[in-house]
Design a protein around this ligand. Structure first.
Ligand SMILES: N[C@@H](CCC(=O)N[C@@H](CS)C(=O)NCC(=O)O)C(=O)O
Length: 268
C-alpha cells in the first residue's frame, strides 16, 4: 500500500495526490504537517516537508521525483508525455509551477492564514501580479493551439492547477480579456474528477484550518520562496523575520537507505 505524507494546503502534495488519483492507484494519505505527525514525517524526510511517499520499502521525497517514480513504477496513464518534445515541455512547465508560480502565490498567502503582527509589505502584491502576468501571457499563447499545456493532459496541467485555481482568491488572477485560453483551460481542468476532488479537499482544509494543530506563527522558508522575496527587494522584511524568530528552516535530509532486496522493477 502506498502511503502519502500529504497536506491539502500544499501545492506540491496536491500535485502528487492528483497524479495518484489520475493513475487510479490506491493510497493512504496522512496530514504530514499536523504537529502530531511531524516525527513520523521527519523519519521519512529529514527536511520535514510534504509530500513524501512510502511504497512498501521505497521512500521517495520531492514532488517531481515522486511523480517520476510513479510513472516509472506504475506505467499506466503516464503524466510525463511519451513524445520527447512534449515530455521536455511538460517538465519545463512543471518547473515553472514549482519554482516561479509557487513562490509568488505562497509568499503572498502568509497574510491570509498565518498569525502575523504586520500587514503585507507595500509593493509585494504588485510584484506578484507583474511576474504572474509574464506566465499568463505565455500560457495563453501555448493554450491557443492545444487543449492542455503540452498536448495531452500531463504533469504541466496538474502542477499548475492548484496555483491557478487559487489565483483569484489571492488577488493575482489572469485577465479573462487578455488570457481567454487560460480561462478556457482552467474551466476544463475544474471539471476533471481529479481536480473536483482536489478542490473539495483544499476547501475543506481551509474551512477547518483554524482548529488544525499546524504551525501558524513560524513560517517554513526554503530556496525558491526566499529567492523571489529577496529578488523583488523584500530582503529587509525577510531579515527582520529571521530576527523576530518567525522563520522555520528545513532539516538536513539524506536519502532513505536502500534495502538489499528492494523490488525495483516496474509494475504494470
Ligand atoms: N521541493 C519540494 C517542496 C515541498 C514543500 O515546499 N513543501 C512545503 C509545503 S508546500 C512543506 O512541507 N513545508 C513544511 C511546513 O510548512 O511546515 C517538493 O517539490 O516536494
Amino acid at each position: 500500500m502506498i502511503k502519502l505524507y500529504d497536506s491539502a494546503f500544499s501545492p506540491f502534495a496536491r500535485k502528487v495526490r492528483m497524479t495518484l488519483e489520475y493513475k487510479e492507484l490506491n493510497y493512504e494519505a496522512v496530514d504530514g504537517l499536523l504537529k502530531s505527525n511531524h516525527a513520523a514525517l521527519r523519519a521519512v524526510n529529514g527536511r520535514i516537508e510534504v509530500p513524501a511517499l512510502v511504497d512498501d520499502d521505497i521512500v521517495v521525497v520531492n514532488s517531481a521525483d515522486i511523480v517520476a517514480y510513479l510513472d516509472y513504477r506504475y506505467p499506466l496513464k503516464c503524466v510525463y508525455p511519451e513524445d520527447p518534445a512534449a515530455r521536455v515541455h511538460a517538465r519545463a512547465w512543471e518547473r515553472v509551477a514549482d519554482t516561479f508560480v509557487d513562490p509568488i502565490l505562497v509568499d503572498i498567502s502568509y497574510w491570509k492564514w498565518a498569525e502575523r503582527p504586520d500587514k503585507m509589505p507595500d509593493g509585494l502584491l504588485e510584484a506578484g501580479r507583474a511576474d504572474l502576468r509574464i506566465v499568463y501571457d505565455e500560457l495563453n499563447k501555448e493554450l491557443a493551439g492545444r487543449q492542455f499545456v503540452s498536448g495531452p493532459l500531463s504533469i504541466a496541467d496538474i502542477s499548475l492547477f492548484p496555483h491557478l485555481a487559487s489565483a483569484k482568491a489571492m488577488g493575482v488572477e489572469f485577465s479573462t480579456h487578455n488570457h481567454p485560453h487560460v480561462g478556457r483551460w482552467l474551466k476544463e481542468m475544474r471539471g476533471l474528477p481529479i481536480c473536483v476532488a482536489d478542490l473539495k479537499r483544499a476547501r475543506d482544509y481551509v474551512v477547518t484550518m483554524k482548529d488544525r494543530e499546524i504551525e501558524k506563527r513560524r513560517i517554513f522558508w526554503r530556496g525558491d520562496r526566499i529567492e523571489w522575496m529577496l529578488a523583488r527587494g523584500f530582503h529587509a522584511w525577510f531579515f527582520n523575520e529571521i530576527k523576530e524568530d518567525r522563520v522555520a528552516w528545513p532539516g538536513p535530509a539524506l536519502p532513505a537507505r536502500m534495502k538489499a532486496d528492494a523490488k525495483l522493477s516496474p509494475v504494470s
